[in-house]
Design a protein around this ligand. Structure first.
Ligand SMILES: C[S@@+](CC[C@H](N)C(=O)[O-])C[C@H]1O[C@@H](n2cnc3c(N)ncnc32)[C@H](O)[C@@H]1O
Length: 294
């Protein structure tokens, strides 16, 4: 099932068929409320579970077999596992995605040679750049499938990342009418400023941006990357990688927004079904009274 090739070739009929097949494959499995892709330390999946949302974690680090790459989204098998899990998500559920950013930001621009105008970088001669492009191709497919299944998705990356300009991803963002919000993770307790951009279809995204804007601004305790006098980009590798982990307050805020949305949707559904039942009961009572009268 060469999904990547099909989507790249724009084979719409086949794509619809494969989505139906994936739903069929997932039909015997328990439904999910959320998936945290590129889950790393598990901060996001733990926060979602703490809000009573049935959540799956997906990350290459979870892949203990190391044989079939079942949680390596850049492989065909890993992408299929990702898609089958998305097919388990209830409508209105959440696919949160935090793809690795090291190959998309200005600090490493001398290696990947990406820019806003040239987001693919030098992938024809650099295998690392090519690999990261494959990851984002897969992310675009996951986002596209989620939109088809009325599942919300959110992609997080640093504010300076060229990732959102990647052609396949840009196309999904435009066709899904995605919203966006940006904020500094230091507002939520991160050591460094960590300005991030969130793009996706979750209806609460603008509200999260507003919440971050009104929270007291924290002075970052650490600077992890800068340009020297000659204009060369420098970063501190170890702490930069550690800074990828979300502060607990950030994950908890996201999880609560998603949980509140699900709860209010369920409450609305309950109210509508109760009203409908009462209406049908009244109708039944009126018919009975009419029959007795006649
Ligand atoms: C930016 S970090 C996300 C960290 C996360 N936000 C946290 O709170 O810990 C990116 C994650 O992507 C995972 N990753 C990298 N390449 C991957 C791949 N091909 N498939 C699945 N996960 C991958 C890494 O293991 C890492 O945990």
């Amino acid at each position: 099932m060469a999904l990547v090739a099909d989507v790249a070739a724009g084979d719409e009929g086949d794509w619809a068929c494969k989505l139906a097949l994936l739903k069929e494959m997932a039909s015997g499995m328990p439904a999910l409320d959320a998936i945290s892709f590129f889950d790393g330390t598990g901060s996001m999946s733990s926060a979602l579970r703490a809000c009573h949302l049935r959540t799956a974690s997906y990350d290459i680090l979870n892949d203990t077999t190391n044989v079939h790459n079942l949680q390596d989204i850049a492989t065909e098998a890993g992408l299929q596992v990702a898609l089958v899990n998305c097919a388990r998500l209830r409508a209105g559920g959440l696919a949160w995605m935090a793809p690795p950013c090291s190959n998309w930001v200005w600090v490493s621009a001398s290696k990947h040679r990406r820019s806003i105008a040239q987001p693919l970088g030098d992938d024809w001669c650099n295998s690392k750049t090519f690999h990261h492009n494959q990851i984002i191709r897969a992310v675009s497919i996951v986002a596209r499938a989620c939109s088809s299944w009325r599942v919300h998705w959110v992609i997080e990356n640093p504010l300076s990342s060229c990732m959102f300009q990647f052609p396949e991803l840009k196309a999904v963002i435009l066709s899904s009418n995605a919203k966006e919000a940006s904020m500094r993770l230091s507002t939520f307790g991160s050591e460094s400023a960590k300005p991030v951009r969130l793009v996706g279809t979750a209806p609460w995204l603008p509200r999260l941006g507003y919440m971050a804007a009104v929270l007291p601004r924290q002075t970052p305790r650490r600077v992890l990357a800068w340009r020297d006098e000659a204009g060369r980009a420098t970063g501190i590798p170890g702490p930069m990688e550690q800074s990828a982990a979300y502060p607990a307050q950030f994950s908890t805020t996201v999880a609560k927004l998603q949980a509140d949305m699900v709860l209010s949707r369920n409450n609305k559904f309950l109210a509508i079904t109760t009203l409908a039942r009462r209406f049908l009961h009244c109708q039944h009572w009126a018919v009975q009274a009419l029959l007795e009268f006649l």
